[in-house]
Design a protein around this ligand. Structure first.
Ligand SMILES: Cc1cc2nc3c(=O)[nH]c(=O)nc-3n(C[C@H](O)[C@H](O)[C@H](O)COP(=O)(O)O)c2cc1C
Length: 136
């Protein structure tokens, strides 16, 4: 099993409908590839966790990197792992209330549900750091 976490910056043109369709397409594509994870969008940045075979994760990630709906895609963790953190989540999306009033979203996956999963300390640190970054 392989796990990849990246952070990126939403393009200026990103709309709420784009986020909806990213989550929909992700669930559709990831489930048959047995890729699990979570996508968090805070109105400015994305953080995504992708888990699956290295081949599948890299294939999907190569497509994601080229997507013009975000830029500055930066891998913050890539490692092999014994266990999935997000078993059963084909790509739950969490949309937090945006800062700067760019977009407002209802939360469809609660931060507590994300952080309640069992995970290595360094992954938890990355997720906590991201969720504390409110775009000051
Ligand atoms: C932030 C972000 C996260 C994405 N995550 C995924 C993903 O987990 N799985 C996926 O298949 N596509 C994801 N995409 C969409 C891909 O870039 C690409 O548009 C999509 O895979 C094309 O699928 P299709 O050929 O079935 O339309 C993401 C895009 C963005 C901007």
């Amino acid at each position: 099993m392989y796990r990849l976490i990246y952070i990126s910056t939403a393009s200026d043109a990103l709309t709420a409908a784009d986020v909806e369709s990213i989550v929909d397409v992700s669930i559709r594509n990831n489930a048959p590839r047995n890729i699990t994870g979570v996508l968090i969008y805070n109105g400015l940045n994305f953080l995504q966790v992708l888990e699956g075979t290295r081949l599948n994760v890299e294939e999907v990630f190569n497509r994601i990197v080229q997507d013009s709906r975000h830029l500055s895609v930066t891998t913050v963790l890539a490692e092999s792992a014994e266990l999935r953190i997000f078993a059963g989540w084909s790509m739950a999306g969490r949309r937090t209330l945006a800062l700067a009033g760019r977009h407002e979203y209802e939360t469809i996956v609660d931060a507590q549900d994300v952080l309640a999963r069992q995970m290595p300390t360094r992954v938890r640190q990355i997720l906590e750091n991201f969720s504390s970054l409110k775009g000051i």
